[in-house]
Design a protein around this ligand. Sequence first.
Ligand code: P6P
Length: 345
Amino acid sequence: MFTHQPTKRFITLGQFIIERQSDFQYAKGELSRLLRDIGIASKIVNREVNKAGLVDIIGDFGVTNIQGEDVKKLDVYANEQFINALRSGGECLAIASEENEDLVDIESEVSKNANYVVCIDPLDGSSNIDVNVNIGTIFSIYRRKEGMTGPTRLEDFMQKGTEQVAAGYVIYGSSTMMVYTTGKGVNGFTLDPSIGEFCLSHPDMKIPEDGSIYSINEGNYAHFPRGVKDYIKFCQVDDKATNRPYSTRYIGSLVADFHRNMIKGGIYIYPSTGKSPNGKLRLLYECNPLAFIAEQAGGVASNGVKRILELQPEALHQRTPLFIGSKKMVAKAEELLRNAVEKVV
Ligand code: P6P
């Protein structure tokens, strides 16, 4: 008698989104289509990232973006893919992108009554493209402000991070993964190139409460606030009872450093520095989405004093210091920042 042994069922991103639609408090199909559109664009970007060394899309595009950084061709390409995918999907009204100084209005017949806006860093860490180091996409999804009708306005984007309905990142590397949350936990999907689908590989992700990895660009040490210097020294103390000295890991690609800390535990810090009094990272399309994911996975994210998700945005590309990762590590850093201020006062 042959008894069918069911092979391990894999769940694709599309199946997962549909199975979890009941988690989403708004119209069911809308978010599914938004996440589908982002998934499609990330697969296209992944294809180009994987062959970047073979075709002429590496190297400066000869222009600089709003951040004043040399724009790599892959930046431009990725930005176009996400905008096109969201435009054709019909669920997105407008986009705030790291690559565009102003809002990108999705002026299409299918999107004119859309209820969602998307903030996106289409290719974070792009300075690593030429050296074959992980890069990533970070996205954040909001419903447009209550009562707003007609063409999108800046107010649709000036919402606290607590108002996000979904957020996620894609990490392009040895394997390509999408990790996202809609406020009901965090799930990770690995792209299976043989079928071209993201498949559930990391269900219900949790950041370890404590860790022994700290990520910060110590090249800026001289310009760090006192409390940050004190925290770095704390990490370096030789005390086996508290698993120190910690290891320092800094890839220079936020998505890669954050993803490692999601899995292993750790803290990523980009503080204010002499050059960047508000830090370097952007609130809308880097810090808020990762803070949403971190908190949903049991971690924390602050600017050193205040919860990232509670910060009131004032401008599309505004910066904020970022302390994000394992709860106990961020708490220790915040404690040393407070003590340093008290010492000065
Ligand atoms: P620095 C990349 O440009 C980025 O925005 C993040 O991905 C990365 O963590 C950070 O900047 C690196 O900045 O000043 O340490 O080179």
